[in-house]
Design a binder for this molecule. Structure first.
Ligand SMILES: O=C(O)C(=O)C[C@]1(C(=O)O)C=C[C@@H](O)C=C1
Length: 287
């Protein structure tokens, strides 16, 4: 119970259960808040986003892209389709995988190994080399796989060390990912609202729609480049309407309150290419 008269703590959700990489991102983002949010695990990414859209929580933390496996398509699609969302912040989390088992399990007993699809993609080479006969079982998150191991439903999980500690598991092997330096970028999303003021090191995210005609994407990119705005990511996702028609997710350095970015956004809106403004927010990588 919160004492009467004290400010209500905001509620944030994240891809749970406890022990996911997303929880680590949520904790990092929450540590920057003056009023510590209450972190509530969600069963999957869509449930986390739905909780924001319904207003039952203020924010959701979702994985956007990984330095090894690339975009998290479902998160990109949630930003494009359905009710409008806005990005209020981002966090980078180092992604190190351990092969977690119940104490006493040896390698010969490992037949079913669980992880999130993005987790499996990052440990595929290790599993192929060391457990070629094992079945790769997809779970809703890496920590859900660790829970399933603790419950005896799986033999091993490729998950974060913290998921092992939370579930009483031990590591049969450590650092089993394709890259020891793998990083996942997470977004703090909410319903559309006031854009946070410029921090001096910001990113702006947009969704552009360009007709399938010669030069239309180039014209959008020229609006950005001609104003000296640095594009940091360009991702395409299907419109879900017509085969061969795409929406483009754009990330660029700068804040919509700054003249060059404001002019870029206005120009894209003017040519009918601005499908969604996803927000301006502080960059986490300081570059
Ligand atoms: O399952 C988790 O622990 C997550 O936080 C999800 C997720 C992802 O969606 O990419 C996050 C980081 C890792 O790259 C693997 C899985």
């Amino acid at each position: 119970m919160q004492p009467t008269g004290s400010p209500q703590r905001p509620q944030w959700t994240y891809l749970g259960p406890e022990g996911t990489f997303t929880e680590q991102a949520a904790q990092a983002l929450a540590s920057g808040e003056s009023l510590a949010p209450q972190l509530i695990p969600a069963t999957d990414l869509s449930a986390a986003v739905a909780a924001v859209r319904s207003g039952s929580v203020q924010r959701a933390v979702v994985p956007l892209e990984n330095s090894v496996e690339g975009a998290v398509a479902l998160a990109q699609d949630e930003l494009i389709h359905g009710g409008d969302l806005q990005i209020y912040g981002e966090a980078y989390v180092a992604v190190r995988f351990e092969l977690l088992v119940r104490p006493g399990t040896d390698a010969a007993q490992v037949r079913r190994i669980g992880s999130h699809p993005h987790g499996h993609a990052q440990v595929r080479d290790y599993l192929a080399a060391h457990f070629p006969q094992a079945e790769a079982v997809v779970t809703t998150s890496t920590a859900a796989a660790a829970q399933a191991v603790a419950a005896g439903e799986l033999d091993a999980a490729a998950a974060a060390a913290i998921a092992g500690r939370r579930n009483g598991l031990t590591a049969l092997a450590g650092d089993i990912g394709l890259s020891s330096d793998a990083v996942t970028r997470f977004a703090l999303v909410g319903s559309p609202g006031p854009v946070p003021p410029p921090s001096g090191n910001d990113r702006t995210s947009l969704v552009a729609h360009v007709p399938n005609q010669p030069g239309t994407l180039l014209a959008v990119l020229a609006e950005i480049a001609d104003r000296g705005v640095n594009l940091t990511r360009l991702e395409s996702r299907p419109t879900r309407e017509v085969m061969g028609e795409y929406l483009f997710l754009l990330d660029a350095d700068g804040h919509v309150d700054q003249p060059a970015m404001a002019a870029t956004v206005a120009a894209l809106r003017g040519r009918g290419s601005l499908f969604r403004f996803l927000g301006s927010y502080p960059k986490a990588d300081r570059r």
